[in-house]
Write a protein that binds this ligand. Sequence first.
Ligand code: TYM
Length: 329
Amino acid sequence: MSERRPRVLSGIQPSGNLHIGNYLGSLQNWVLEQDRYDNFFCIVDLHAITVPQDPAELRQHVRELAGLYLACGLDPQRSTIFVQSHVSAHAELGWVLNCQTPLGWLNRMTQFKDKSAKQETVLAGLLNYPTLMAADILLYDAEFVPVGDDQRQHIELTRDLAERFNYLYGETFVIPEPMIRTVAARVMGLDDPTSKMSKSNTAAGHAIPLLGDLKKTRKAIMRAVTDSGTEIAFDESRPGVYNLLSIYQKLTDKPREEIEAHFAGQGYGTLKRELADAVEATLEPIQARYREFTNDPAELDRLLAQGAERAAAVANATRDRAYTAVGLR
Ligand code: TYM
């Protein structure tokens, strides 16, 4: 009998404009370690609607993200891939957890503060975003949550909520751990290496989009903000060069010393050119596979329906456990 593999769960919002930060901070790690874990990966459409969405675009973005999951190398045989809203237990446990979450815990979330500052009208769902994310994780008894660095606080909150719930109602949830890789866990904008590369920033030259035109991406990399120095080294006090080197390191999987030796005596132009080559070598095949997968929406829908069925079998059992614990059964 094969040994039981630890469970992981993670998700990405279908908000369009996925970029290399999303890939290096999450998707690439999911794919690389697919065989080590029992994997659940969702497309978190209920999270996407915490800010206003155009319905037709949202529908389109869900299929696109499913295509991208597959194009990046997730394999539906080895990973359960599904859409969050297709498994009703997410909304159901999310509600129960909302009723267990002190308001102060939500008010201090830095992502809420950042995102709400950009909204004309702040929707209640945006404040409650982290409790739904906690439900996503806890429903699957996930031991690990592979994400980028910006999700650390949400996973801390999930742990606090699970511990509080277990204390009040008896052992119900597994306490999850964040799994955040050391390299490229926070990719910064090409135009401003002091701010995180972000889907909501659509300014030309900010992001390296996963599905964007590769010639434009090369231009954006060549124009990336660096500094007036010349030395190419992993030095965090020079955030522009550090960011480019970190992306290069994660894409090429080479040790830092080897990379520094490789670029010794070269100018920033060489680093940018070789980074653009590495980005192209990664994204070209992903884009080609993406076109194939999204050419057949019926097959994508079939895979997602199959994923939802597998996910629901696990999630419903946990929801029932939580409902019973609080007295709803
Ligand atoms: P989302 O959709 O904003 O981002 C998806 C993943 O990409 C990572 N990421 C980055 N990594 C490195 N550098 C960046 N600049 C960068 N920007 C984004 C994020 O850390 C994330 O791993 N709340 C989550 C979605 C979610 C979720 C979950 C994740 C909902 N439920 C349950 C894990 C488990 C989010 O907004 O991700």
